[in-house]
Design a binder for this molecule. Structure first.
Ligand code: ADP
Ligand code: G3P
Length: 497
């Protein structure tokens, strides 16, 4: 039997498909960027048809590049940008509105209204989340309230809703399966993470008809088969997880206390807390790390909205660099005597501030500040934000009796040695970069491969994790303290209230 696995990694800026061989090594990759739509300030949308087209094209390209056919693929694992939602017509499969992306802030007024009505504690107790526009529930409500006839059609059972995994499963199976996994469900503000079910009270508060929602399965489960016409023969879909949770799995963070931080568009730190649902006292999220064999493993999560996106802004907005990879080189040339801070609150600030109305700011400019200082400030902002998250996480985890943690990193940005050294310096802790950087896709592939019985179980999979490089902190403590203080001043001046 074949043991090749196809991982679909549908991210915020690109769709990727990766074929892993039986040794869990990358055999071939397909990748396509797609359009980001910004229809108004703080709004971010994707065209679901473009997402679908790029997913199909990259899957075909990866299978072909690997010199294989669909028959040589044992299973598919799907991982996806989380929280982003689509609502589509059950019969035609066509979306009734563009996907509203996780970064989109348009539902800030609705969140505010629910907060004022005193509903946040109910949402937090049941979902582990906060009332922030980041999560899917208020985005679903917005589409139902703003697309003509949508609410009526939803109530009549003509529409379906889902996060991107659910939309892809629906399309891949030719409209036969409407399902999601527990990690994606846990990001909607509608899913009770203690009881593992959609929560009627929350559905009522957000006025979301239950019939819109998908069946919630384990991360390694039967999600149906792809239509024969798509890739030439049917392929079973056996693994699904939100991308940050998939990276947690791909980094083999299976033990309580293990932590990973992924640096893509945003940055997301996830700490495995085992069977314990640790409640944060520091505005972090309690979420589902994975659910396997009906058993839920929980996590604490710190979510930063802008990490690599700050580098994209340097490239596409400020036009100061030609390629993302140039940012580290440029930062290294910055004048060390300047203290320029960039607070990249382009779409508000996530954990631990959760300020939807804040917008980006730059402090400390002099007549000599130029591209090098901007690049340094952009990359340092990622380290400072991570420091804030980890400080909050340590408090919660220690307060819970947890031991010291080690940080494993991944995502597009960790290719930058300069950024990783800066991260270790600001965190004052070692940072471990693995040899396999495609941990998100690997995590999804492992879910599918282990479910198919062709890849090793968790313990043996963990043994394969290999270190590429450990970055040790080298910065003088006095300098670190001064820099962090400067950062906190800058953040304080950026917050909206
Ligand atoms: N060498 C680099 N130095 C700094 N940033 C980088 C580098 N390479 C990629 N990036 C940033 O990483 C991000 C892409 O990472 P990726 O994990 O593919 O993101 P996503 O899954 O969110 O689309 C981009 O925002 C890009 O600006
Ligand atoms: O697409 P990424 O890798 O930036 O991840 C997005 C997150 O899942 C949003 O919560």
């Amino acid at each position: 039997m074949t043991s090749n696995i196809l991982a679909i990694d549908q991210g915020t800026t690109s769709s990727r498909a990766i074929v892993f061989d039986g040794d869990m090594k990358i055999a071939a990759t397909g990748q396509q960027e797609f359009t980001q739509h910004y229809p108004a300030s703080g709004w971010v949308e994707h065209d679901p048809e473009e997402i679908w087209a790029t997913v199909v094209a990259t899957c075909k390209a990866a299978i072909k590049k690997a010199g294989l056919t669909a028959q040589d693929i044992a299973a598919i694992g799907i991982t996806n940008q989380r929280e982003t939602v689509v609502i589509w017509d059950k019969v035609t499969g066509k979306a009734i509105h563009n996907a509203i992306v996780w970064q989109d802030r348009r539902t800030a007024p609705l969140c505010q209204k629910l907060k004022k009505a005193g509903k946040e504690p109910t949402f937090t107790r049941k979902t582990g989340l906060l009332l922030d526009p980041y999560f899917s529930g208020t985005k679903i409500a917005w589409i139902l309230d703003n697309v003509k006839g949508a609410r009526k059609r939803a109530e009549a059972g003509e529409l379906l809703a889902g996060t991107i995994d659910t939309f892809l499963i629906w399309r891949l199976t030719g409209g036969k399966v409407h399902a999601t996994d527990a990690t994606n469900a846990s990001r909607t503000l509608l899913f009770n993470i203690a009881e593992n079910k959609w929560d009627d009270e929350l559905l009522k508060l957000l006025r979301v008809p239950a019939g819109l929602l998908a069946q919630v399965k384990d991360c390694a489960a039967d999600f149906g088969k792809t239509e024969k016409s798509l890739f030439g023969s049917e392929i079973p879909i056996l693994g699904v997880a939100g991308d940050q949770q998939a990276a947690t799995i791909g980094q083999a963070c299976f033990e309580p206390g293990m932590m990973k931080s992924t640096y893509g568009t945003g940055c997301f730190a996830i700490l495995n807390t085992g069977a314990d649902m640790v409640r944060s006292k520091n505005r972090l999220l309690t979420t589902i790390a994975y659910r396997l064999g009906g058993k839920t493993t929980y996590a604490l999560e710190g979510s930063i909205f802008i990490a690599g996106a700050a580098v994209q802004w340097l490239r596409d907005g400020a036009k100061m660099i030609s390629h993302a990879a140039k940012s580290g080189e440029l930062a290294a040339q910055a004048d060390p005597s300047q203290n320029v801070y960039l607070v990249p609150a382009f779409v508000g600030l996530g954990a631990p501030h959760w300020d939807a109305d804040a917008r980006g700011a730059i402090f400390g400019l002099t007549r000599n500040s130029g591209p090098a200082e901007f690049a340094k400030a952009a990359l340092e902002s990622v380290a400072f934000q991570t420091r804030d998250l980890l400080d909050a996480m340590k408090k919660d985890w220690r307060g819970h009796g947890g031991r010291k943690t080690v940080l494993r990193v991944d995502g597009g940005m960790v290719a930058s040695d300069w950024t990783m050294q800066c991260l270790a310096d600001i965190l004052d802790a070692p940072v471990d970069r693995p040899t396999v950087l495609e941990t998100t896709a690997l995590g999804a592939a492992w879910l599918a491969g282990s479910k198919a019985g062709v890849w090793p179980k968790a313990r043996d999979f963990s043994k394969r994790w290999a270190l590429d490089r450990r970055f040790e902190p080298l910065m003088d403590e006095k300098i670190r303290r001064a820099k962090i203080k400067g950062w906190h001043d800058a953040v304080r001046r950026t917050l909206s209230a």
